[in-house]
Design a protein around this ligand. Sequence first.
Ligand code: C5P
Length: 234
Amino acid sequence: MGKDVIIALDFDSKEKVFTFLDKFAGEARKPFVKIGMELYYAEGPQIVREIKARGHKIFLDLKLHDIPNTVKKSMAVLSGLDVDMTNLHASGTKAMMQAALEGLTRKDGTRPLLIAVTQLTSTSQERMEEDLLIRESMDKVVMHYAKCAEESGLDGVVCSPLEAGKVHETCGKQFLTVTPGVRFADGEIGDQVRVMTPAEAKKIGSDYIVVGRPITQAENPVAAYKRCVDEFCD
Ligand code: C5P
């Protein structure tokens, strides 16, 4: 599987998304894009169909977490939207992850890639211990959740680029690492704390980088996207 750059479409309306995507209209390479909760809840499933119709691959980032039967049926709906990648919380248990895979698999045997969120990067060691009563180290918890996802048949995890190497050591090279927190060496960091350049993320073994503001807020988004592709892709 080739490495790819996924642009996070963190916009709150359809108009803003299409104004942005129009800039890529004449380009040979249609960017892989991520649709998150904000845009999906604002515009509904139609936004997925419209972006798909423009020829983009889609990572639908809705992070499902519910009882196995509900997740299975919801995943079947998302699979019908013809997305290319979607995700869930590994903390929903292996039973939930296996049910999700079943729901996602279409009649012809094909399915979108399914990626697990381990511990959110917004959760600190202290909050995990105090609020969630999980007393192990963050690193051990993240690797354990990744292993559970791999054993459930999932394709990979969302993680920090700093964790990508260790996830591959734990779960195998073919297990995908999808990594946000990417910044250009000469760019602004914003609210991200632990960041890497696209070139560093490539070196450490990330399979997909998720890039938002360094592209969406750039003066020339097409040039910023191409710079990411040049640094990261083979
Ligand atoms: O603008 P920026 O490049 O920081 O956007 C990164 C994208 O990746 C956002 O959509 C953000 O919600 C998402 N993300 C993240 N860190 C995680 C998981 C997802 O930044 N741990």
